[in-house]
Ligand binder design. Structure first.
Ligand SMILES: [Zn+2]
Ligand SMILES: [Zn+2]
Length: 279
């Protein structure tokens, strides 16, 4: 066994997930996990997502009385600064937002400050890129490979340096299949920069089960991806595991462990979040 805890699980309090907290707790117990980290989505600083986050906090806090191995986290995603500011000025609503036209890429924000998250009792954050935020939605071409790589690089490098981010979530995850055939199309220099920033800022990097289950990912890609994680591990960046489950929470570890073992991971190489790194 290589993986002993799961730091990335979505409960029914995420807009796109359905796991009851009780199910996460009982299945996690059956799997013998040392920790289960609940990280519901807080995508925007609007009333809807902040309400979801408060519901997640209340639910997990209640569940912890019975299941102390449950840890309260959050998943944050880069959003564009003009939208963040618009929501703030518009009473917490995204309604009516129109992205401005500008030549520079938009700045990046996250839905909440570290202080706000800590006041809610959140103990760590996964920061993860999910969509481009450099240009308005209407100008994003998901099949523009170079622009997508550049933007993923920008967001991940930014996340690796932000004080709110504990774990860089699913590095190079993408909804379409841009690089799921051959991971070596990602320039090595970009990975060097991201790894250097993670290391310098004391961040963790995530091994996300998605890459090993997604049908669009080739076998070759999966092995390359496990080797990429191993490369970061050997650079001194701790690797955490995240199932990123959104429903019917089960045990995906045996399959992921096969790929990790082939890349050289041994028992104990996949980390838990150290107490000193929890807020
Ligand atoms: Zn995610
Ligand atoms: Zn997630």
């Amino acid at each position: 066994m290589i993986i002993h805890s799961d730091w990335h699980i979505h409960s029914e309090h995420s807009y796109d997930a359905a796991n009851p907290l009780e199910l996460i707790a009982t299945r996690g117990t059956e799997q013998g996990l040392r920790f289960v980290g609940v990280t519901d989505h807080a995508n925007f600083n609007d009333i809807k997502f902040m309400g979801d986050l408060r519901a997640s906090v209340a639910g997990v806090t209640e569940m912890q009385k019975k299941y102390p191995f449950m840890v309260l986290g959050v998943e944050l995603t880069p959003i564009e600064v003009p939208e963040f500011e618009y929501i703030k000025a518009n009473g917490g609503s995204r309604e009516g937002y129109e992205a401005p036209v500008q030549s520079e890429p938009f700045g990046i924000e996250l839905a909440a400050t570290k202080k706000e998250l800590m006041e809610l009792g959140v103990r760590y954050a996964i920061g993860a890129a999910h969509w481009r935020v450099d240009v308005p939605k209407s100008a994003r071409n998901p099949f523009d490979f170079d622009a997508t790589v550049r933007e993923w690089y920008r967001q991940q490098l930014w996340l690796a340096q932000d004080e709110r981010v504990t774990i860089l979530g699913h590095p190079w995850y993408i909804g379409n299949s841009a690089w799921y055939e051959d991971f070596s199309v990602i320039p090595h220099g970009m990975n060097m920069d991201i790894a250097a920033a993670l290391k310098e800022n004391g961040k963790y990097v995530e091994c996300n089960s998605h890459f090993f289950f997604a049908e669009k990912a080739t076998e070759k890609f999966r092995h390359q991806y496990a080797e990429y994680l191993r490369w970061m591990f050997e650079m001194g960046i701790p690797v955490t595991y995240g199932s990123d489950s959104h429903g019917n929470y089960g045990d995906g570890r045996p399959r992921v462990e096969q790929y990790l073992a082939a890349a050289g991971f041994k028992d104990g190489d996949v980390s838990e979040l150290a107490e000193k790194d929890l807020w």
